[in-house]
Design a protein around this ligand. Sequence first.
Ligand code: DSN
Length: 415
Amino acid sequence: MDYGKVREVDPAVADALVGERNRQEQTLAMIASENHVSEAVLEAQGSVLTNKYAEGYPGERYYAGCEYADDVESLAIERATELWGAEHVNVQPHSGTQANQAVYYAVLEPGDKILSLDLTHGGHLSHGHPANFAGQIYDVEQYEVDADTGRIDYEDLHATAEEFDPDIVVSGYSAYPRAVDWEEIQAAADAVDAYHLADIAHITGLVAAGVHPSPVGVADFVTGSTHKTIRAGRGGIVMCDAEYADDIDNAVFPGGQGGPLMHNIAGKAVGFKEALEPEFEEYARAVIDNARTLGDTLSAHGLSLVSGGTDTHLVLADLRESHPDLSGGDAEDALAAANIVLNGNTVPGETRSPFDPSGIRAGTAGLTTRGFDEAAMEEVGDLIYRVVDAADSDDVIYEVGERVVELCEEYPLYA
Ligand code: DSN
């Protein structure tokens, strides 16, 4: 990965690519929505399929010359079907947000009602935030997590659904550390005759590996992204029962997108094949074990974790109790200076702003890909705490940063 061809044409972009490669090698990627794909996925994504228009679906394209595009997309569909067990999978969405857009477009009219989790409680922009198309086209009501437990309050969700009478209930979250009870949410949707969309963007890999309960076969629609806990490169997917297959396919193309990104679909196919190997289940278990160890370590140092811990790949620490003068944004900056890259995040009952929130969110999917085990994760937890507790200290940031570089050398990313 020296990007020699790019350098011949465009040294500025080559510098940025080398810089980014080095940044990923020399820092700890702990943004919970990130991971590191294999070189095989990188190669597939960087392939000649970027040249090909293949509007339509395998066997039914609008252009000639799609035989290899058909092969790749059929393989991606076949493998996704095996991984998640859905009756129908569409692998064309360019992202998780576009997967959600396709579901809304398939079953809602403008002005219809969405019931979803508040963004500051762990929801997602595309679930109806006012700044997102979903918040502007549809009528949105939001539910929250319980203020004491930090967990979804299923009783309150039932009551809110009865009161609001939504057309669709959205579950699946971006900053929720606990396992989700899909049946409870389905029951709340059924009680008001609403659809249920489960957005498993963050936990696609955990669900595929069977280490988190699956909403497939429970919710009407399941959407996901393909680059987080499943390491298949950037993109989205939609899954549904056969009865909705045509509606979803039409909503993705031509409803919301033009030509599929065939090079990305090749990456998905390769990443899905890797995830079908038995090692992937071990990986997914290790991701959760590592997150638990990270959470336990931060808790032992006195940080308050939303919901008290985690069942997934992420922990969310609320700094207000232990470090009332430190915002999540300032913690993010100090940690980044020490080569630990995570994000400041809103927490339930947020009292600061989304731009400078009260929490930090950390995920273990990327480090687990690098081979970090629980002992290494405990050390990472100690290092994070050292910085959080002394965010103004250049000496601490320097020392932690040096140790992180050593750890990165011990757990190399790409050979
Ligand atoms: N923005 C991503 C995240 O970090 O959770 C999801 O789209």
